[in-house]
Design a protein around this ligand. Structure first.
Ligand code: 5BU
Length: 263
């Protein structure tokens, strides 16, 4: 099964160039940690990127929570991504028709298309949402999407039929060369080894928050749920040293991956 294969071998099978690049980055840098930089000032995000950069494969943003967004922030984040060798994902969770999504991706204040290597997308509107994003991606080779197939939140409405349709879109659709992976909560979600499984809801102290988020340990998420990349937000951000916490999560996620593939 895909969960027993190494990232290097899976890179060869990936249809999206950006998925190949990310698989290789993870294997070379020996990290499958994605940090969710859910803070509201540009200074705080840049600090996280500088301090945690050496430990992560991906930095995930919610750009619409930033109070003082500006273009020089984007330039600074991009240079830190280059310096520390990580990719940037905007967790925008697009969910509209192709044309509107294309406008939201490329325009407005944030111009996400210019700086985010990856974005998250709901499959709800159908294939046209992927086509919309792809149509305005300046360089298709350095861009891609993650499709949401499951959510970590308690009581979410996604059912088996919706999941199957989403996986079909990711594996048999028109734009498989633009789909880097799947955001989901279980190894059974999909079989194709060329897609990357991104799984949020990771915390060393398992449990939940008081707004429906559910957490599992790094080991459980990688070994039992099939995560290739674990997303950690508050588990790191609320620690007294975010640098030490990032290093700890990186080690635990990576060891779990090594155990899983027999490294
Ligand atoms: P946390 O602080 O580790 O709970 O942050 C989790 C992040 O992952 C946060 O940015 C969410 O928006 C994101 N997320 C999630 O938690 N669950 C999901 O199913 C999806 C995204 Br999709």
């Amino acid at each position: 099964s895909r969960t027993k294969m190494r990232f290097e071998a899976r890179a060869d099978l990936a249809k999206a160039k950006i998925a190949k690049d990310l698989f290789k980055l993870m294997a070379t840098k020996k990290t499958n940690l994605c940090i969710a930089a859910d803070v509201t000032s540009t200074d705080e995000i840049l600090k996280i990127a500088e301090v945690c950069g050496p430990h992560i494969c991906l930095l995930k943003t919610h750009v619409d929570i930033i109070e003082n967004f500006n273009i020089s922030f984007v330039q600074a984040l991009k240079s830190l991504a280059e310096k520390h060798n990580f990719l940037i994902m905007e967790d925008r969770k697009f969910a509209d028709i192709g044309n509107t999504t294309a406008l939201q991706y490329a325009n407005g204040i944030y111009k996400i298309a210019e700086w985010a290597n990856l974005v998250t997308v709901h499959s709800l509107p159908g294939q046209s949402i992927i086509q919309g994003i792809k149509s305005v991606a300046a360089n298709v080779e350095s861009r891609g999407v993650f499709l949401l197939t499951e959510m970590s939140s308690q009581g979410n409405l996604i059912n088996d039929k919706y999941k199957e349709g989403t996986i079909k879109m990711a594996t048999e659709g028109l734009d498989t060369d633009f789909i880097a992976g799947i955001v989901c909560q279980s190894a059974e979600c999909f079989a194709f080894p060329g897609l990357i499984q991104l799984t949020p809801g990771v915390k060393i102290d398992e449990g939940s928050d008081n707004l429906g988020q559910r957490y599992n340990t790094p080991e459980f998420v990688v070994k039992e749920k099939g995560a290739d990349i674990g997303v950690v937000g508050r588990g790191i951000l609320n620690a007294s040293s975010i640098e030490k916490a990032a290093s700890l999560y990186r080690d635990r996620l990576w060891s779990a991956y090594c155990d899983r593939v027999g490294l």
